[in-house]
Every structure is written in structure tokens, then in C-alpha cells.
Write a protein that binds this ligand. Structure first.
Ligand code: SF4
Length: 377
């Protein structure tokens, strides 16, 4: 009998192998991957499963579907005032990760449990890396999200550093950009900047994602302190590598900048950004820091944030000031997971895991579990 804690389908190639063993041809395999990644019922499509799939595959499908459904389930849902929803997702081995449904059909997924980079302003990095997510577990987050609402953009900006789990992230990206139906420019690979990741992205043939770089400062020494275990590339080297990929892919680089009061919100950083990014094919996303208990940083005032963005704009740097989605619900990366670990679980609202067999029921998946203290602003 299948033990839900030890899934044999953690990676997409495992699933493909199982399907082929059961008699699936390329078209059968593509249809099953499409149905799964879109959270659609098996009956979707013009041809009935009974006339489309070989008998051996039809016989094996219930077991495969059960394993896929067991990969991930929604543990709790935390609704934000801006229309976002933070999902704490429980995996088959009872580890948890966060996914965030963003306004306008976006989804932020996690690629690791924990993270080895250890950024000083992030809860996820506190305990280091616990384990990698398999590519199928990444797609399972997309399937869970699509059972709740449409998803047209997937960003790898949740828990973990995608460059540290390249094989699984690239497998997931390939599926998202093919059977998963996500436009390639709407798949965003986010990294602190790792030469292996740049090399791999350049080699991508079938699905080339857009690139986001966590820059945070223009000063090499400060960056070493803020992102202690990121590769030792200088901001200049990072921007140069991103620029090469942006020109090759045709998608502008998204430079990410968490605004920290008294750390990287000074006039010197404005000058540094003008020097680094002038003429580059990119956009600067400035995200005011989201306060985290026990983390010794704070957010600059709204006026200061707006003034920085305005001054950069005036100097020709395309800058967007973004308040991160769901920040009113313990919204920083890793905070839900950290809080869930601290708390006894008060309420568990099980959502239906997406299945190829059953029609997704939005009513059944829209219930909001609100452990009293887990989502307090
Ligand atoms: S901000 Fe990203 S890279 Fe840094 S510790 Fe958190 S998850 Fe890792």
C-alpha cells in the first residue's frame, strides 16, 4: 500500500517513468501532465479517457492520481486585504512550505524547505536548508493554487534559493512553460546571483524564464553581510551577468531591493543604482521591508520610500515601489511556516487536494482557516 509520507513521485521524471511503464505514449503523458498542472478533472478535453487512454494506463491512473494528490495539501489559508492569499502547504512528509496567490493571477512558489543563503532580513534562512523540493512538489503547489483561482504567472520567489535546487526548478519550469500553459515571460526565476544558474539559464532551449536578481545594495561589502552565503560576485558582476541574459532572452531583468531603514535607503545607494543600472535592460522593484519578530531591521517611512523611487525615476531608472502581497498576514517569506512551527495547530481546514478525477470545487477550497494567532497582522 502507498505510504503517503514516502512518495515515489517527487520529481516529474519519476511521474513520466511511471506513466510510460503503464503504457502511456507521448500524447497520453502530455494530457496527464496538463490536467494535473491545471488542476483539471480527468474527463476534461474532447476525448473521453476511456477512448483515449490505453486500458493498462486507465487501470494505473487511480493510484498515480492518489500519489499526486498526496504530494501537497493546503494546511491553512491566510487572506490578505489586497486580494492575495498566503497558503501554508503541507507536504507528504509533513514539512510545510509557503505559496502566495498574488493579485492579477500570479503565484509565488517555494523551491526549498529552508534556505542556505541566510539573508539577515528573512525568516526562511534562519534554520538553514532543511531539504530540497522535488520538481513534482513545485508543480503540486501550482495545482493547489489553480484549484482556487486561475494562475497565469509563476514566480520562484517563495522559500528557498532556486539556484541551489537547479535540476528540480528547471524541470518544473519546463513543465510550466509547456503542458502547464504559462507564458515563458511569465515564469520568473529569482536568484541571489549564482554563476551556475546564469550558465543554466543561457543553456535553456525549450522554456526560457524571465530573471529576477535579489540585489538589495550596490555595495559589495554590505551585500556580503546582508546575504552572507550568497556567491561572492560583486554588484557590478551580477548586473553584467543579468544584462547578458536579459539581452539574450528578450526579457528585462527584475532587480529586487528590500528597503531597510538606515541600511540601504541612503542617497549613496541612489547614486550607486544610477551608476549600475543606467542604460540596462531592467526594472528595479523596491519592496519596503516587512517587519518580522526577532529581526533587527525596520522599514523606511512611506515618504522616504516614495522619495527614493521618485528620485530614481527622475534619474532615468525604471523603478516600481511594491508593498509585498499579503504583508498584513505575517507576509514575509517564511513567517507563516515559522509561526506554524511555534504554535500548536488550533484549526486544520483540509482542502481537497486537486485530483485528475474530480472536478475542482472552488467552494470547497475557498474556506479560510484562521488559527487565531497565526495570521494576526
Ligand atoms: S531571502 Fe531568499 S535567498 Fe535569502 S534566506 Fe530568504 S529565501 Fe533564502
Amino acid at each position: 500500500m502507498h505510504n503517503p509520507r514516502v512518495s515515489s513521485l517527487l520529481r516529474i521524471p519519476d511521474l513520466q517513468h511511471r506513466l510510460r511503464e503503464a503504457g502511456a505514449g507521448p500524447l497520453h503523458e502530455h494530457r496527464i501532465l496538463r490536467l494535473w498542472s491545471h488542476a483539471l478533472p480527468r474527463e476534461s478535453g474532447r476525448r473521453l479517457p476511456s477512448t483515449f487512454f490505453p486500458a493498462s494506463l486507465l487501470a494505473a491512473l487511480p493510484g498515480i492520481e492518489a500519489e499526486l494528490a498526496a504530494l501537497a495539501r493546503v494546511h491553512t489559508v491566510h487572506a490578505g486585504a489586497d486580494g492575495s492569499e498566503r497558503l501554508l502547504v503541507a507536504l507528504a512528509d509533513c514539512q510545510t512550505v509557503e505559496s502566495v496567490l498574488l493579485p492579477r493571477h500570479g503565484l509565488c512558489v517555494s523551491s526549498q524547505i529552508g534556505c542556505a543563503v541566510g539573508c539577515g532580513f528573512c525568516m526562511t534562512g534562519r534554520d538553514g536548508l532543511l531539504r530540497q523540493l522535488g520538481s513534482a512538489e513545485i508543480i503540486a503547489q501550482v495545482a493547489l493554487a489553480r484549484a482556487r483561482r486561475p494562475v497565469r504567472k509563476v514566480v520562484f520567489m517563495g522559500m528557498g534559493e532556486p539556484a541551489h535546487n537547479l535540476d528540480n526548478v528547471m524541470e518544473a519550469i519546463d513543465l510550466l512553460g509547456t503542458a502547464g500553459g504559462i507564458g515563458h515571460k511569465n515564469i520568473v526565476f529569482s536568484t541571489v546571483g549564482d554563476p551556475r544558474a546564469f550558465e543554466r539559464l543561457h543553456g535553456q532551449q525549450r522554456v526560457r524564464p524571465a530573471l529576477a536578481l535579489s540585489l538589495h545594495t550596490t555595495k559589495a561589502e554590505l551585500r556580503r553581510r546582508l546575504l552572507p552565503r550568497a556567491p561572492r560576485l560583486t554588484p557590478e558582476e551580477l548586473v553584467e551577468a543579468c544584462e547578458r541574459y536579459a539581452r539574450a532572452s528578450g526579457y528585462p531583468t527584475q532587480y529586487q531591493w528590500t528597503l531597510l531603514e538606515g541600511v540601504n535607503d541612503g542617497d549613496d545607494e541612489i547614486e550607486g543604482l544610477v551608476r549600475l543600472l543606467s542604460g540596462k535592460y531592467g526594472v528595479l522593484n523596491m519592496i519596503p521591508f516587512n517587519a518580522v519578530d526577532g529581526v533587527d531591521f525596520s522599514r523606511p517611512s512611506r515618504e522616504r520610500c516614495a522619495a527614493i523611487a521618485r528620485r530614481l525615476h527622475e534619474r532615468g531608472i525604471l523603478t516600481k515601489l511594491r508593498y509585498s502581497a499579503g504583508q498584513d498576514v505575517a507576509g514575509g517569506c517564511g513567517q507563516l511556516r515559522a509561526r506554524a512551527a511555534e504554535l500548536p495547530v488550533v484549526t486544520l481546514q483540509r482542502d481537497r487536494a486537486p485530483s485528475l478525477r474530480q472536478q475542482p470545487s472552488r467552494a470547497a477550497t475557498s474556506a479560510i482557516a484562521r488559527p487565531a494567532s497565526a495570521d494576526a497582522p
